[in-house]
Design a protein. Structure first.
Ligand code: GLV
Length: 321
């Protein structure tokens, strides 16, 4: 097949090998994403675009690519970087990579909960600074995890996988998600009950116009003062100014963020001054096996779209009606 393809970064082998069995793609080989101008230039006239969550794919770009564009495939489960409505209006299927990163992301949420509760990064900084002089009864005391209450905001695949893990720690799990059925012993509650009763609040909603800055000063003010907030969803779900103020005055115990807004987080962000805020560079799905599978799914979506077949994982199936 002689379709034209642009891939916006070198993706793990499984997907690349599969694509190269059929096509000769143009691949952006820098570690940094293409600039807007570079994206427009390289994607002009392509039949298929494989992108990452670092690229903004809007209607203007789709039009500049041209009406021959058959598929947009993102190597991510989240698609907030893509104007899906604009793609649907143009009849372009958009593919994503659900399922394969559920476990890795749920693992990361648990790792961050425990790290924040037991102050692991802070304790390591303390040790490396040469401050460990003796065992002390009150040194770096953290929050209890086992037996506490976990509130999950957004009870889709990843939220449910977190609930399943929580069973092993004897957590009481409550969740807020009007569209989800209870599983793994988790109990549905309204948002105010969740915030008022949870010792840990873990965010698992996609970023949409409705969820932007869902976690704001008002949300944080309703949390318990001993509570830990964990965000492995999208940075834009959280108002970082409100979070800074809440952490600075110990309104809540700690926060752990896998995602920020913007990404990367500027090094002058006040959040970086805080001992009670853990921040890691968007690593929820960052295990070798997970990224290999994401690459493979993204390639399968791309190839199906180019062949005019239904994408195995399509976020806008309305294009097929
Ligand atoms: C990662 O954040 C993803 O959406 O895959």
């Amino acid at each position: 097949m002689d379709s034209k393809i642009f891939i916006t970064r070198i993706i793990p082998d499984p997907g690349l090998v599969l694509i190269r069995e059929h096509f000769l793609p143009d691949i952006w080989t820098s570690d940094l994403p293409p600039s807007r101008g570079e994206l427009i230039a390289h994607s002009h006239g392509v039949d298929g675009l494989l992108c990452l969550l670092t690229e903004k794919i809007d209607g203007e770009l789709m039009d500049s690519i041209g009406s021959q564009l058959k598929v947009i495939s993102s190597m991510s489960v989240g698609v907030d970087h893509i104007d899906v409505a604009a793609a649907t209006a143009r009849g372009i299927p958009v593919g994503n990579t659900p399922g394969v990163l559920t476990d890795a992301t749920a693992d990361q949420a648990l790792a961050l909960m425990l790290s924040a509760a037991r102050r692991i990064p802070e304790a390591e900084r303390f040790l490396r600074a040469g401050k460990w002089v003796t065992w002390q009864p009150s040194l770096l005391l953290g929050a209890d995890f086992t037996g506490s209450t976990l509130g999950i905001v957004g009870f889709g695949r990843i939220g449910q996988a977190v609930a399943r893990r929580a069973q092993g720690f004897d957590l009481r799990v409550i969740y807020h998600d009007p569209s989800a059925q209870p599983v793994y012993g988790a109990q549905p509650v309204d948002m105010d009950t969740l915030l008022g009763e949870s010792d840990f609040v873990s965010i698992h909603v996609p970023l949409t116009e409705k969820t932007r800055h869902l976690v704001n000063s008002e949300f944080l003010a309703k949390m318990k003062s001993n509570a830990v907030l964990v965000n492995t969803a999208r940075g834009g779900v959280l108002d970082q100014t409100g979070l800074y103020q809440a952490l600075k005055c110990n309104r809540i115990f700690a926060a752990a963020l896998d995602v920020t807004d913007p990404e990367p987080l500027p090094m002058d962000s006040p959040l970086l001054e805080l001992e009670n805020c853990i921040i890691v560079p968007h690593l929820g799905s960052a295990s070798k096996k997970t990224r290999d599978l994401m690459s493979l799914l993204a390639a399968q979506n791309l190839i199906s779209g180019l062949k005019g077949e239904r994408l195995p994982h399509c976020v806008n199936p309305e294009v097929y009606r």
